[in-house]
Design a protein. Structure first.
Length: 137
């Protein structure tokens, strides 16, 4: 998707705040402003979604619930059986799950990347555990 540049004038206090935020997250100004704009858009269109920081970076989550990538992974494991997904996450309102899946569709590359990261780490942990078991046995 092509990215179009935007130019704006910011009050000094806001520029200082943004520069501090970008520095803390290791983002450049352009990358950070794009992230902020995408998060704003998400909050406007998917009010059940929030963003959390963690060891693997910033990620979209259902408010008070799991990360969007976790919901997308479970939906895949249920072979896109929406009723099965609703039952699996029975404590989360259906509308929130629907918003999470809509977000996953809009930002598919980001969400699938997190699913792949989780699966890769799982395989690495399983291999390490098996190696230890063989060594001990």
């Amino acid at each position: 998707m092509p990215a179009n540049p935007i130019t704006t004038r910011l009050p000094e206090w806001l520029e200082e705040e943004l520069n501090g935020t970008f520095a803390a997250s290791g983002e450049g100004r352009s990358e950070g402003m794009r992230r902020i704009a995408e998060e704003w858009w998400t909050l406007e269109h998917f009010p059940a979604i929030e963003f959390r920081d963690g060891v693997t970076g910033r990620r979209a989550s259902v408010r008070g619930g799991p990360d969007v990538w976790e919901i997308a992974m479970v939906e895949r494991d249920y072979s896109n059986d929406r009723e099965g997904l609703y039952e699996h996450f029975s404590w989360i309102p259906r509308e929130h799950l629907d918003q999470a899946l809509a977000y996953a569709g809009k930002f598919a590359s980001e969400v699938h990347g997190r699913v792949e990261l989780n699966e890769r780490i799982g395989r690495q942990m399983e291999a390490a555990c098996n190696a230890r078991a063989r060594k001990a046995g």
